[in-house]
Design a protein around this ligand. Structure first.
Ligand code: MN
Ligand code: MN
Length: 466
């Protein structure tokens, strides 16, 4: 009797793996398999957008600039400077009733090259770096790194760089001090153990032959780069080169229940939402998928969510539907609903003291809803209204999707932000909704395949809802 009463009254927090049947397990593993394959091709924002475009093209989406007019059922996208992308399926209902938006980001913490990166010291050549996003610097030393990005020459010619991923490619690394000589370093705070200015990438050691000029190793490297890419040192000025871990994304564990990979914040939500959108056909409300850039450094700049590029995209849709009029854009936003699909901190039993166990997100227990973000007194929080949380809950419960409502860390410790507040400021109802991650922002992050599948199902159900 009391057992039944408890079952009726308590909020159930189930382990996802215990709720599924054998045939569902193979579906769960299949989605993660395609996710892993995608991650191995898309480690940076530019690569993600390139792969996303391929997927969209194969699934009947076209550049919005190719349309003069739009009608329900049309599938369009807009790519912003190769780094962010917005996709839409025009809904059967009037767009004035609002959009259903899912927004994630495709940039991840990494090391960028400085504008004057190349130097030589004591017979070794290096690239200087400037880290991007919130990293624990010590995690980026003594691991294999690859170089991704573009070099654009003054004449506009663009050279795509991807070195360190193919089996036959060399890799690069940042050295660290041997323990024997690290007494001083080991006494420092972890935060200060590695200096940002010391994150220099080792790239070569052979001097240019038969010459008595200075900086022969640097000369040799520049000569190799000139032969391979036709560039000179000045071309680094107009380059965007990013160092990312050269590890492959892999299944993790004897039971292969998890995914270990670089950049899962937030490519796990970006991929699952994109994947869900590719399977959508007819929708009632216009479905929008945002893949944004620069979230890790505050969503700034013309490829970040703070820019007006997204408003431009929606305005273009209104123009091409032939219905645009003053203030219509504001109206559309005010009637729109959004899932800000960004990752959550997974509860880590090894570091349990930073989390409130009653309000943490657990791996394998489904998608995490963060009603609010912010930190220490909800400062800077985007806080979803109870009415909207109820609306989202209803979708999840009706579709038997396992979810957990969570906070990122303890009250006085945790906090963080996403792109949620930016859309909330436009009048959109927004809640953060994503996959819990272990070792977030580390070179190798961990997620559960069960949660990845629930994210995919959540995003699909959200877009299908009237
Ligand atoms: Mn994120
Ligand atoms: Mn992040």
């Amino acid at each position: 009797m009391s057992k039944e009463l408890k079952e009726k009254l308590f909020l159930q927090k189930k382990d996802g793996w215990e709720t599924i049947k054998e045939e569902e397990k193979s579906k769960i593993f299949a989605v993660s398999k395609s996710y892993i394959e995608f991650l191995n091709k898309a480690k940076t924002e530019r690569e993600f957008i390139k792969e996303a475009k391929k997927m969209a093209d194969e699934n009947g989406y076209k550049d919005i600039m190719m349309f003069d007019t739009l009608k329900p059922g049309d599938k369009v996208y807009f790519i912003n400077r190769e780094k962010s992308m917005y996709l839409a399926i025009i809904g059967e209902k009037s767009i004035e009733e609002g959009l259903h938006i899912i927004g994630s980001h495709v940039d991840s913490p990494r090391l960028d090259l400085k504008p004057n990166p190349l130097y030589e010291d004591t017979g070794l050549a290096y690239f200087k770096t400037h880290y991007y996003g919130g990293i624990k610097k010590y995690q980026w030393t003594t691991i294999p790194l690859s170089i991704h990005g573009v070099i654009v020459k003054a004449n506009g010619e663009k050279i795509e760089i991807n070195i360190g991923e193919a089996e036959e490619d060399p890799i690069f690394t940042i050295t660290d001090l041997l323990p024997h000589l690290a007494q001083d370093q080991m006494n420092k705070k972890l935060k200060e153990g590695i200096d940002g200015e010391d994150l220099n990438l080792l790239i070569g050691s052979i001097p240019y032959a038969n010459t008595d000029v200075s900086e022969k190793v640097k000369l040799n490297i520049l000569n190799l780069l000139n032969q391979k890419y036709g560039i000179t040192e000045a071309d680094f000025t107009s380059a965007e080169l990013e160092l990312v871990p050269a590890f492959r994304a892999k299944s993790l564990g004897f039971d292969e229940s998890m995914v270990a990979a670089y950049g899962q914040d937030d490519k796990v939500c970006a991929y699952t939402s994109l994947h869900a959108m590719m399977e959508l056909e007819k929708v009632e409300k216009t479905a929008i998928c945002i893949l944004s850039d620069k979230e890790e450094i505050g969503s700034v700049g013309n490829t970040g969510m703070e820019s007006h590029m997204f408003d431009f995209f929606i305005s273009e849709i209104l123009n091409k539907l032939g219905i645009n009029k003053p203030n219509l854009l504001d109206k559309v936003f005010c009637f729109s609903k959004m899932l800000s699909s960004d990752v959550d901190a997974g509860f880590d039993p090894i570091y349990s003291s930073v989390s409130d166990k009653t309000n943490a997100g657990f791996l394998g227990k489904g998608i995490c809803l963060n009603k609010y973000t912010g930190s220490r007194g909800k400062s800077g929080a985007s806080d979803a209204n109870a009415e909207y949380v109820a609306w989202v809950r209803d979708i999840l419960e009706k579709n038997n999707i396992l979810y957990q409502i969570t906070e990122l860390g303890k009250v006085d410790i945790g906090g963080g932000g996403t792109i949620a507040y930016i859309l909330a400021n436009k009048g959109v109802d927004v809640i953060d909704c994503g996959v819990p991650v272990l070792s977030m922002h580390a070179p190798y992050e961990v997620t559960s395949k069960f949660d990845i599948y629930e994210a995919y199902r959540t995003y699909q159900a959200f877009w299908k809802k009237n």
